[in-house]
Write a protein that binds this ligand. Structure first.
Ligand SMILES: *Cc1c(COP(=O)(O)O)cnc(C)c1O
Length: 432
């Protein structure tokens, strides 16, 4: 009935997440807040992991892209489920290290890692640094040489595939700041350079073709383009690349009309292509890495707000203002992202109004959703915005010095804070 299986309504007409009454959550922890169904997150991780077992005989690793939602507890959940994590900054790496995450299963991304971040990666023996450019390759090799170690790397390749997604989140084509271009020969040159270096171990190649992709074909095409490059490298250098990282980008449901494919469909189709095409090319099927982010946490999370005022402008529109906004969810302001909004304490009522849900920031563009259907609401009602589990908390800001929201995990009828609400004292902590 809702965009996510973990969302429902109870006999009181209240919206629930993981069977927990959201109105009770709002009462207990205050609003605004983020809530996740922990079982839903674990279910998604298990499903990806099972696909690696089923389709590649376990010869692979699921790596959760932690930029989608990063905190210590999320790192612990990944650890418990036996999946790795992808980090894109010293801060995300620090979070993983703070819970003793096995560093062999950490993948370190980024198109402009700083010198200090590369040192941190080498000192902690991160399993795979995904090298983006030649400057980074040379710096990393030098740092590893100074420390007398060898660091595992993969090279990020732009396979040149247009995945028909929103242009702001398209990263696979040649006009992208990420990675080495294939068609110019840049990729092959970098591979040869990496092979010749003595303090990096080139484990394989990486590609990530975009985000929120529903179509399976671009993933399959990317895999075959990458395998062609594996073959070319073998023919020209004799070097056998052992690992293929296919990135993330699997779409999720934000609206009922969205039709994402099941993870298992994606895995089946891509693995069939990888298995048969590597055989055709006379290559051993590589160790496969996948990096789901949004699809692990997106539909498992919601945001709860309290309605402050309702402003009806006749013949124009009705603004419903809530106690959060672009600070906790910048995605509408950035990409006009679609979301489903529900009055949590009137979930059983008909959605008869068409409204614009606005935040409390001093910015006209501070909107959560425009022209969305909603139950008739009044001040004090609780609003739930669904599928906000990915790129909301992680993209949050303190604009207008509004403290960051707490994150609550719900599981088997119990709720617990995994991130506390930021305090005013913490807001001024770094001020001098
Ligand atoms: C963002 C990103 C991901 C995760 O993408 P989702 O769309 O959230 O699945 C995976 N790999 C890389 C390199 C990324 O930049």
């Amino acid at each position: 009935m809702y965009v996510s299986d973990c969302i429902s309504a109870n006999e009181r007409g209240h919206l629930t997440i993981g069977s927990y009454d959201t109105v009770e959550l709002a009462k207990k922890y205050g609003t605004p807040l983020y809530a996740y169904d922990e079982n839903e997150i674990r279910k998604n991780l298990k499903e990806f992991k099972k696909s690696i077992d089923d389709e590649y005989g376990g010869n692979g690793l699921v790596v959760y892209a932690s930029k989608a939602f990063c905190c210590k507890e999320m790192m612990r959940v990944c650890m418990q489920e036996g999946v790795g994590v992808d980090v894109v900054s010293g801060g995300e790496l620090y979070t993983a290290l703070s819970v003793d995450f096995p560093t062999e299963n950490i993948v370190f991304h980024g198109n402009n890692k700083t010198y200090d971040e590369l040192v941190m990666a080498v000192e902690n023996n991160v399993g795979r640094v995904i090298v983006d450019n030649l400057t980074e390759l040379e710096t990393l090799n030098t740092i590893a040489a100074e420390k007398g170690v060898k660091i595992g790397i993969m090279l990020r390749i732009k396979p040149g595939i247009d995945a028909h997604t929103h242009s702001f989140i398209k990263t696979g084509q040649i006009d992208s700041k990420f990675g080495f271009a294939l068609e110019t020969g840049e990729a092959l040159d970098a591979i040869k350079e990496a092979i010749a270096m003595s303090n990096v171990e080139l484990r394989g190649l990486h590609c990530h073709i975009g985000s929120q992709i529903f179509d399976l074909d671009p993933f399959e095409l990317a895999a075959t383009v990458m395998l062609d490059l594996f073959k070319q490298v073998k023919d020209e250098t004799g070097y056998e690349l052992k690992e293929l990282n296919l990135g993330g980008g699997f779409g999720i449901k934000y609206l009922k009309s969205d039709r994402p494919r099941a993870f298992s469909d994606y895995m089946r189709k891509v693995s069939a292509a990888v298995n048969s095409y590597s055989k055709d090319l006379g290559l051993e099927c590589p160790f496969i890495l996948i990096e789901p982010g949004r699809s692990v946490v997106g539909a498992a999370g919601i945001t709860l707000y309290t309605v402050g005022c309702v402003k009806d402008i006749p013949d124009v529109r009705t603004y419903v203002s809530v106690d959060g906004g672009m600070g906790d969810n910048p995605r509408y302001a950035l990409y006009q992202s679609a979301y489903e909004v529900i009055c949590a304490n009137k979930a059983g009522d008909k959605r008869e109004w068409t409204v614009t849900v606005a935040g409390k920031c001093c910015e006209s563009g501070d909107l959560i959703q425009e022209w969305t259907r909603l139950q008739p609401v009044e001040p004090g009602d609780i609003l739930a915005v669904l599928s906000t589990g990915a790129y909301n908390y992680s993209m949050a800001s303190n604009y207008n010095r509004i403290p960051r929201l707490p994150v609550i995990f719900v599981k088997n009828g119990k709720a617990r804070e995994v991130i506390k609400r930021e305090t005013y004292d913490q807001l001024i902590e770094c001020d001098i």
